[in-house]
Design a protein around this ligand. Sequence first.
Ligand code: ZN
Ligand code: ZN
Length: 360
Amino acid sequence: MTNGHDPRTRGRWQRPLGGLGLLALSALVALPPAAEPALGPAPRSSDGRFTNTVGEIGHGSLGVRLPFFLRRMAGAFRSRPGAPERVPNDGAFLRENARHSEPTVTWVGHATLLVQMDHVTFLTDPIWSDRPSPVSFLGPRRFVPPGIALADLPPIDFVVISHNHYDHLDLPTLVDLAERDPTTKFFVPLGNAELLRGKGIENVHPLDWGQEVSVEGVRVVCLPAQHWSKRGIGDDLKALWSSWAVVGPTRSFYHAGDTGYFDGFERIGRQFGGFDLAAVPIGAYEPVAMMRSSHLDPEEAIRAASDLGAERAMAMHYGTFDLSDEPLDEPPERFRAAAAAAGFAPDATWVFDVGETRGF
Ligand code: ZN
Ligand code: ZN
């Protein structure tokens, strides 16, 4: 390690003996610092569309996908118990804290987090709409309303967006945020800026994997994820997908976006020397044949948090929208069980109520 912050020897997330083994090895052999492979730019296919570091990923056969979509349509008429609890959050503390900036994270629902750290306030993948869909009256149901009203938010310095799927890039919400405060910056992976500009959002900044910007002395870094993109007909893989790191003088935060398990977590963990907090997606893993390469199951989410060298892992991307087959309350149960089985401290494995705020 060149920076002296080997994530494997840091925090509560190290795998048993992993860090010790590495320490012992480096004590015995004076290894030259290995050059880290770059985390970008994102790979492209010969036709210019984006692809993953492992190449093209599968989404199951038509025999799996067709019945899945029929089940989603039928889901509009059946009840699904097990959605997360919701606690009231009027935003008063968060608005007051915008000036003092105690490090906090609030779960608004799904992949939407409000984070305050190092005197910046930002949102991840903000969606306040009832349905992640091109039309407001049709599409997957929202089981739990957003944890805080848009009008109650503190001023937002910036927004990071992971990719163009409707449950992550919600144009009505983005337009509301931009109208509320034209100084709010929107960071998107390559190929997504036009979508926002087409709605009159000007303060939008596209980044490739490995590129970063600075906001008030805080680094905002676009990083790999293993996923895909599609919003309309024929636009498959034309816009990039990503994860994001936000690194300030006192705190570091990682948002995995939407992703399958891949070796990028370990490479990112090494390059950043671990994270104080990593938000990892734990839902939308069934049917497995369709989801496996592009989503984490709870056990893989724990493995990813370990690879990332995260002090704390926060569960997200479950229980909010009707997106997949697994029972709504299964992801957090399996997440807690996987963390315990891997020997991680319960207070380092965070499962929130919608609307809940915690310090980190
Ligand atoms: Zn997605
Ligand atoms: Zn998603």
